[in-house]
Design a protein around this ligand. Structure first.
Ligand code: NAD
Length: 345
């Protein structure tokens, strides 16, 4: 089985080679992202392996279909970059629903601690033998209230971590997890209450029409002065211009961003020595109270290994049974009985 692997980075190859070799899948690694200009590279392959910033729009899907490609194996959980509706009846879309919720939740907490304890500043200062503490005052997390939007796999791990710090949690989700709300230190609330009462807000919901710009001018207005926004989910959950205004007006105390709305133009690539064209991103990065990592939250050894193993298993299951439990089924939605694949396709 031959799979065209797009947007390859050096850290992808060892685990995909290892699990691919075990199961008889050969990956051809392309450094370029998948898009309308590069899609023809998939000619002669049985499937395509794509990542978060590959473009899987109607044109790419139609061309892959013409080329005889049968399946797109996403090596990620989110699929907002895939026109799932257009793919229906043409290409099967597989994904890795979970690989390490700990990786992302721990990164969210790492960013929060770095930000509020000024570790990013201290690192630079002490390297320059500047041991002054002026401007380094932080605050305790203990006793603070964190708002968590999205209480799925990652959100729940993040909540556990926050509870370890003695924080109170206000949670919001369209679907409540039974047993999570203890009526005391963890409570499900409506969004407005979450915005009004949280000292920091961490986003762990998917990007959908409903959640697009869930952090915007109006919701920032509802927040406490000095609120810290943490986004390790998807960039477009946050209206970056609104966030920048909130930071300039001092309403937002700090932002920790592992994702950015226009990240596909920049993230995962080296732009040092270039003039950054995106004024909003450049201005955000210039702020002392903004920390940006480039969609790095997933990047642990454990997650990379799980991603490769599940992607390979998905492909094997799909080609052996013509269906796969981790298929995204447009008609039925993710939780349908058909488990994706043949019945509904
Ligand atoms: P999950 O499916 O387990 O949980 C998502 C939760 O969001 C669910 O409980 C769902 O009910 C909830 N949700 C759906 N619509 C909502 C809405 N309108 N408002 C509030 N909640 C809503 O997913 P997960 O594994 O916890 O991942 C969460 C997100 O993290 C993913 O969607 C992905 O975008 C992001 N992610 C980022 C990285 C990274 O490296 N930065 C890695 C993996 C995942």
């Amino acid at each position: 089985m031959k799979i065209a692997f797009f947007d390859t980075k050096p850290y992808d190859v060892p685990s995909f080679d290892k699990f691919g070799a075990k199961k008889g899948i050969s990956f051809k690694y392309f450094e370029t992202k998948l898009n309308e200009d590069t899609v023809d590279l998939a000619s002669g392959f049985d499937g395509v392996c794509a990542f978060v910033n590959d473009t899987v729009n109607d044109k790419v899907i139609d061309r892959l279909y013409e080329l005889g490609v049968k399946v797109i194996a996403l090596r990620c959980a989110g699929y907002n970059n895939v026109d799932v509706k257009h793919a229906f009846g043409k290409l099967h879309i597989l994904r890795v629903p979970a690989y390490s919720p700990y990786a992302v939740a721990e990164h969210a907490m790492a960013m929060l601690l770095t930000s509020i304890r000024r570790i990013h500043k201290a690192y630079i200062r002490t390297r320059d033998f500047n041991f002054s503490l002026v401007g380094m005052t932080g605050f305790d997390l203990h006793g603070k209230t964190v708002g968590v939007i999205g209480t799925g796999r990652i959100g729940r791990v993040f909540i556990d971590i926050c509870r370890g710090f003695g924080m109170n949690v206000l949670a919001y989700d369209k679907f409540h997890t039974q047993g999570l709300d203890n009526g005391d230190t963890v409570r499900y609330v409506e969004l407005d209450e979450l915005f009004e009462k949280s000292d920091m807000i961490s986003l762990h919901c998917p990007l959908t029409e409903e959640t697009y710009h869930i952090i915007n001018d109006k919701t920032i207005e509802k927040c406490k002065k000095g609120v810290v926004i943490i986004n390790t989910s998807r960039g477009a959950l946050v209206d970056a211009e609104a966030l920048l205004s909130g930071i300039k007006s001092r309403k937002v105390g700090a932002a920790c961003l592992d994702v950015y709305e226009e990240e596909s133009d920049f993230f995962f690539e080296d732009f040092s020595g270039h003039i950054l064209e995106d004024d909003i991103l450049a201005r955000l990065i210039s702020m002392p109270n903004v920390i940006v990592t480039s969609h790095q939250a997933f990047l642990t050894e454990e997650a990379l290994s799980n991603i490769a193993e599940t992607t390979v298993d998905n492909l094997i299951e799909f080609f052996e049974k013509e269906q796969c439990d981790n298929e995204i089924c447009y008609r039925c939605g993710l939780e349908c009985d058909c488990k994706g694949g043949k019945k509904c396709f």
